[in-house]
Design a protein around this ligand. Structure first.
Ligand code: PHE
Length: 336
């Protein structure tokens, strides 16, 4: 029996040292059905003198195997950790990965700058649908059916009465319908026209509308406000020029030019030798429009203006082709 125990110890320790599977070894030698247990079970046949000697040896063998298994397990764990540390080593001197951060589109940038200027003057931002009723895009703006002003604003029709808005002016009408004066809003957004694409036209572009309605609003307020805007947008030296014009929804109406910010008004390539650059349309809200939107023109008056965001962006950044804004060529966009 002594022989057997020594044999068990020798082979078990050998296997452990050789790196065989520890769990397997534990079951084979120390488990309930293991070899050591089998030997101990046979102890009943031993004489009274032999029994304690063999018992002690058996315990010793068990302890030795257990200790060897534990020690090997510990060593394996440490080795695995070393492996992992080696594999996952972090070289802090390696150059980092740079993430390329984009930036807003030049049109968004110009729109936000413009919004900032008007917000600074107490305006808030109003929104309206791009898919609009004929009623708001035309009729409530004093452009009845068959009015010639519809020609210059031909757009895309969804049904006979529903269209893609050709201007941001319908937001004027929508705002006046639900809000009592004082009203002071700007409304930036997409507009659509059935125009062929070329260097200065696009079937989709952006406008910013402005509307102020209150008691005693005059053309003087309009002029002062637009001059403040022009100086903030194009520089302190900028002057404004109002030329008489016609819009069905304003009376009187004007087209507004700013003095050329490239040459100061002397005449250059940007202003085509004029010294002035047209930037927007404006006027006093037509009494018919006020009435149709539920505001009494005897009590209130107002002004409105509208401008193209692309136009402002093209002037500001000297972009000579509107299509560049929509093509999303990063070589163009990166420059802003
Ligand atoms: N909606 C006009 C246009 O698109 C611009 C405008 C707005 C003119 C408000 C006057 C007042 O041409």
């Amino acid at each position: 029996m002594k022989e057997m125990l020594n044999q068990i110890r020798a082979t078990a320790l050998e296997k452990i040292a050789a790196g065989e599977d520890l769990e397997q070894i534990r079951i084979q030698y120390l488990g309930k059905k293991g070899e050591l247990t089998a030997v101990l079970r046979g102890m009943g046949k031993l004489s009274a003198e032999e029994r304690p000697v063999i018992g002690q040896l058996a315990n010793q063998v068990r302890e030795e195997i257990e200790a060897a298994v534990a020690e090997k397990a510990e060593a394996q764990k440490a080795a695995a950790l070393q492996e992992q540390l080696k594999a996952e080593r972090l070289d802090v001197t390696m150059p980092g990965k740079t993430t390329r951060v984009g930036h807003v589109h030049p049109l968004t940038r110009v729109q936000r700058d413009m919004e900032e200027i008007f917000i600074g003057m107490g305006f808030s931002i109003a929104e309206g649908p791009e898919v609009e009723y004929d009623l708001y895009n035309f009729q409530k703006l004093n452009i009845p059916e068959n009015h010639p002003a519809r020609d210059t604003q031909d757009t895309f029709y969804i049904t006979e009465n529903i269209l893609l808005r050709s201007q941001t002016s319908p937001v004027q009408a929508r705002t006046m319908e639900v809000q009592k004066p004082p009203i002071r809003i700007i409304s930036p957004g997409r507009v659509y026209r059935s125009d062929a694409m070329d260097a200065t036209h696009s079937p989709l572009f952006h406008q910013m509308e402005g509307l102020v309605v209150d008691k005693g609003i005059t053309m003087g307020d309009l002029k002062g406000m637009l001059e403040t805007f022009a100086k903030a947008q194009f520089g302190e030296e900028t002057r404004c020029r109002f030329r008489p014009h016609h819009f069905p929804f304003t009376e009187p109406s004007a087209e507004v030019d700013v003095s050329c910010f490239a040459c100061g008004g002397k005449g250059c390539r940007l202003c085509k030798g004029e010294g002035w650059i047209e930037i927007l349309g404006a006027g006093m809200v037509h009494p018919n429009v006020l009435t149709m939107c539920g505001i009494d023109p005897e009590e209130y008056s107002g002004f409105a203006f509208g401008m193209g965001i692309e136009r402002i962006a093209m002037l500001k950044y000297h972009v000579d082709d509107i299509r560049l804004f929509y093509e999303n060529d990063v070589r163009f966009l990166e420059q802003f």
